[in-house]
Write a protein that binds this ligand. Structure first.
Ligand SMILES: CC(C)(COP(=O)(O)OP(=O)(O)OC[C@H]1O[C@@H](n2cnc3c(N)ncnc32)[C@H](O)[C@@H]1OP(=O)(O)O)[C@@H](O)C(=O)NCCC(=O)NCCS
Length: 162
């Protein structure tokens, strides 16, 4: 999938609001904890949050990349350009619980960073709950240029231009 071929059975490509139902199914299979970590809030049904995010996707300032196992989406990353700072975007990512800890998050976040850079993004940010060890580990391995602690959240900044 990313050239290392650990996931020969998976494919990755951009998705948008037309794929909403498939992506909602992905989030509905996720644990409460993963949903909380992804949306930074508790939710009994992720559908409204997923719908709101997918409806932003315009292919230009807001994009989503999904990893497919057959017709199922098993991981999805979004990046959303800042209105105020056009060269900056925030990335968010979710890997279905059963697929976690296998290198998929790392592959997907790198693909999302490359995709954002090709669309003119030079600075990528990610907001992660301080208690979210997996996401902090993933972010730290990508060599952030800045790490800021704001209450329960940690914000990482990545320089895509260097
Ligand atoms: C965070 C998340 C995307 C990581 O995805 P993943 O596929 O499990 O991660 P990977 O297997 O690619 O691991 C990537 C790196 O993360 C780190 N990591 C993964 N799981 C970890 C854990 N439980 N504890 C500490 N570090 C961990 C490792 O440093 C790993 O680096 P390595 O490949 O050099 O060993 C996934 O756990 C997830 O979707 N969580 C719920 C949603 C979420 O937290 N999103 C982030 C905020 S938007």
């Amino acid at each position: 999938m990313n050239g290392r071929e650990p996931f020969a059975e998976l494919t990755m490509h951009p998705v948008d609001a037309r794929d909403l139902d498939t992506v909602v199914d992905t989030f509905r299979r996720m644990s409460d904890r993963s949903l909380y970590y992804r949306f930074l809030t508790g939710t009994s049904d992720p559908q409204p949050l997923v719908k709101a995010h997918m409806e932003l996707v315009d292919g230009r300032d807001h994009r989503a990349l999904a990893v497919f196992a057959g017709s199922e989406v098993v991981a999805v990353a979004h990046w959303d350009r800042s209105r105020a700072r056009r060269e900056e975007a925030e990335v968010s990512i979710a890997v279905e619980d059963e697929w976690q800890h296998r290198g998929l998050g790392r592959a997907l976040v790198r693909a999302a960073a490359g995709d954002a850079h090709r669309h003119g993004v030079n600075v990528l940010t990610a907001r992660v709950l301080a208690e979210n060890g997996a996401a902090r580990g993933l972010a730290t391995r990508q060599q952030p240029v800045e790490t800021a602690f704001e209450g329960a959240e940690t914000e990482f900044r990545f320089d895509l231009a260097s």
